[in-house]
Design a protein around this ligand. Structure first.
Ligand code: 48F
Length: 265
């Protein structure tokens, strides 16, 4: 009988290695590579994957969810405005009206559901993998340069590996890490007013939430920005612990990229 079979340590090891290698092989060339598994990245990945595209997300940390776990100042509830409530519902996150237009949800439930739905829709998430550079061709981003976060943390001199993507999304939040590296190292000009990273401004929730959506767009050929990275790139203010803009920005970047990908078929 199957349940009398003695567990074999080598078989357990083989299963993990083979399954992980399968994921790596299947994601060497993707339609969209997203950097950062915060709320914007997870929503973008889910909608792109639901539309039938191959999507991988690279997350530096062991845990996904970015800045969502801690709600505001570690009070683990998030606030979402009316416009974005439908996205939380779409991901199966239960919420409650605080007033007619403010909606709250448990931040741990929100992260868990966003991540679960992303994976179940077909997104592959590589956690503990940091994006340290991009792959470029003349004035275009065509992929990502990745390495283990453990290598980065230990400061080891170890060469990275690379993956190819038709489009890359910088969803790294306040740090805008992909845009920074492109600005520094890829010939060409960012599609910002000054051609530089405009830089995040201080808190103004209402304006920031609206601008996040406006700023969700292509910033360099092949590279889009979403979530807080969009405001930091285009000079918008921070919004504080309200997450509707992040969810809507993830949805918007997915819609933009789907249009592009369809146009290329
Ligand atoms: O910061 P984060 O949650 O970005 P977001 O989706 O949402 C912003 C909000 O959390 C909050 C806010 C609005 O309420 O202002 O800050 O725009 O998630 C970004 C993720 O990117 C990862 C980082 O660990 C985090 O989980 N990340 C950053 N740089 C890299 C990276 C990198 N170079 N490689 C891989 N992951």
């Amino acid at each position: 009988m199957a349940n009398n079979v003695e567990l074999n340590e080598i078989m357990i090891t083989r299963a993990i290695i083979d399954r992980y290698m399968e994921k790596l092989h299947q994601n060497l060339e993707v339609d969209v590579a997203i950097v950062g598994a915060g709320p914007a990245g997870l929503v973008a990945g889910t909608y792109l994957s639901r539309a039938g595209y191959k999507v991988s997300i690279y997350e530096r940390k062991l845990s996904v969810g970015g800045g969502m776990w801690g709600g505001g100042m570690l009070f683990n509830d998030i606030v979402v405005q009316e416009e974005a409530k439908r996205i939380l519902e779409d991901f199966g996150v239960r919420g409650r009206h605080f007033t007619e237009t403010y909606f709250t949800a448990d931040s741990i439930e929100a992260v868990s559901m966003l991540a679960a739905r992303a994976i179940q829709s077909g997104v592959t998430i590589f956690n503990c993998v940091s994006v340290e550079d991009v792959v470029m061709r003349p004035e275009r981003v065509i992929g990502l340069v990745i390495n283990w976060t453990a290598v980065e943390m230990a400061g080891l001199h170890v060469d990275p590996l690379a993956i190819r993507a038709k489009y890359v999304v910088d969803a790294t939040g306040h740090d805008t890490e992909v845009v920074k590296v492109v600005h520094r190292k890829v010939p060409g000009r960012l599609m910002t007013p000054s051609g530089n990273i405009e830089g995040e401004k201080s808190m103004w929730s209402d304006r920031a939430e609206k601008l996040t959506l406006e700023n969700t767009r292509e910033v360099f050929p092949g590279l889009f920005v979403a979530g807080m990275a969009a405001n930091a790139t285009f000079g918008g203010p921070r919004m504080g612990p309200i997450f509707g803009g992040m969810l809507l920005s993830g949805e918007k970047v997915a819609i933009h990229i789907i249009e592009r990908l369809k146009g290329e078929q």
